[in-house]
Design a protein around this ligand. Sequence first.
Ligand code: ZN
Length: 233
Amino acid sequence: MADTLNVSTYKDISYQLKKSDRKTTSIYIERDGTVLVIAPSPFDVEKIEQIIESKRSWIYKSLAEWEDLNRTRIHREYVNGESFLYFGRNYRLQLVKDQLEPLTFHYGQFKLLDSEVANAPDHFKNFYKTKLQQRLNERLKLYQPKMKLKPASIRVMELQNRWGSCTSKGAINLHWKCAMLPLSVLDYVIVHELAHLEDKNHSPKFWRTIEKVMPDYDEAKKWLKFNGAGMTL
Ligand SMILES: [Zn+2]
């Protein structure tokens, strides 16, 4: 991928232009909502603008979807009373002066040492990682026997922009953010990755595998689509 040259504007659409190694021009909407045009160089501005024009409605639709998905993004602060998600429910945070561990969760309340506020995101990540790992076996037991699919391992980690992944060696990885999801949605992520042990793609057969053990999986899928971006620290 070549360097970003600059931000250009065509009518009401601003876009970034990058050099392509290929002869074709493509348009993408990036994760931050930037419209990215990758075109062969030297750039033929007229041709690029023609392509943007021909894709105008697609660009608008994609940007609207992007806004929909990101409207739920929440910025949390580590102050008294702020709420944090834990398996689909919100719990309040209290800052305390004295406790043995930096972050604790008892009786439906998070407590954070006020001297540890600067490291709070790390403490929450560790909390979520540990708790999710502890719950996984119990959740797996609900579906694994019915699906007759067994992962080589199942681990919790930080994944880039996915809830889960399934490696070619049959290892399933889940994002620690899954500990913020309601259990029904977490189960969908697990079942989704289990189904990938059999089919690497999202073929109709893959979805049927999921549907057999989770007939209402579409609700969880939609939930993730519209609320997933809110699962942030
Ligand atoms: Zn998938």
